[in-house]
Design a protein around this ligand. Sequence first.
Ligand code: SAM
Length: 468
Amino acid sequence: MKEGSMSNKKPHSVPVPQLYKEASRILGQLERKEGSLKTLVYGGKYKNFKKIYALLSKAWNQKSEIQQVLAASKLFHEQPNFNPHLAHILTSELLGKGSLSGNCKPIQVLLEYEEELRSLAAHHLTDVAPNYGHRNGCPRYVRVNTLIASLEAVQVQLWNEGWHPTNYDRDHTTYDDFLNLIENLQGHCYLIDYHIQDLLVFPPNTPFWDSPLYQDSAIILQDKASCIPVFISNIKPGACILDACAAPGNKTSQIAAAINDFGRVIASEKSFKRYKTLEKLLQQRGATCVFATNQDFTKLPSKLTAGVEHIFLDPTCSSSGTDLHKDEIPHKRLQNLGAFQISLLLHALSHSSVKEVVYSTCSVYAEENEEVVRTVLSQHEEFELEDLGSKLEGWKHFGKEDYEFGKCCLRTVTHIDKCHGFFVAKFIRKNPTSITDAVKKSKKDKEPGKHKASDDMDYCIKKKKKKN
Ligand SMILES: C[S@@+](CC[C@H](N)C(=O)[O-])C[C@H]1O[C@@H](n2cnc3c(N)ncnc32)[C@H](O)[C@@H]1O
């Protein structure tokens, strides 16, 4: 407006670029589960599909991390009217591309927080934290790492940080009542999980990145679904365990905690990059009884796996249970994944010393779950499935009924069970006494006071003092 003009029209504000406007609208639709990313992009108004798809898939894949960054920044406190979806898109662009330009007000305002957002991102968007956190409306699950601190010590620290446990009488609370408690969890309140004692349940999106408990690895952000395979296993201190597909190592460190860091744990990981993460996390988490190795599980030397009694097999899968917005997986891909998972599971069951194999995926597809189990069971009659129903009181979801063994396996329905989609089956040897003499001998060696690290094997059996 010219100086001195009598017009009382407001000056035109610079509009938000169409790309960002449309991307933030679609992000909102994705959160409300109104369609898959692909459908929403192709049905949207922005016609450079490739560009908007790339922008949105990046923003969506890093959803929980970007939300953590934004929640920890002052942006929403000081700018309560800032559209959260637009903030998410602009932050993703700023951090991903390294810069953000434009004269519209939201970009200018967001850039005022650039330094803070960048420094928070350096903390939250590390290579080891890509997929943790809130997905699909699940609460934030926090596993107490008992190798570093006891549940009681963590609860005291949480209290000091302003968190209050919502107590419930376990003997008079049904699983349904508990799910209601989760539904109504808010403010600075948390729950101890109904099934897993060392697992705490917080409201969705609770940021822990700045908490000393998280920084000291006394707590681990691990969804309940991911904790179940170790929880339903029969591992005990002193056991000989193989975690076949180990990185980033959430289950490996949970295994080490479950046996009180006392036993022999081999963790194999094929990918070098992921193996490095595994190594780093195990060290930070105090899991000293683990020997991590950058090898293909199917090619591990028999010298290394001799005497293994328990195998955890959590192979690469479609991850369809952790991201329900993922586009439907093509049938061919599912078939390939299934064939790969079968080959790994067959290999796991071929170990003569093994008594128990826990197979898990975060997939919702039968091709990666019941079909894999069916094929493998038919080739290994010396194994049967343990009925896992009794391990989780009140649990509602089991393997598909079209399979006669379906009721023995566990599944989740995310919006009911309030955790990621997963599948677990546990194979147990029908007649464990048929295990070879060599194994019997190795079992004898594991009697209390008889542990000793073998000269030719690079593993360790250690008892580590807990810090409180
Ligand atoms: C679903 S992730 C495992 C997650 C892990 N169990 C946890 O809870 O943190 C699957 C891992 O298996 C690894 N992997 C796939 N095939 C493998 C093989 N043949 N041997 C060892 N690792 C393998 C992948 O690189 C990937 O890191």
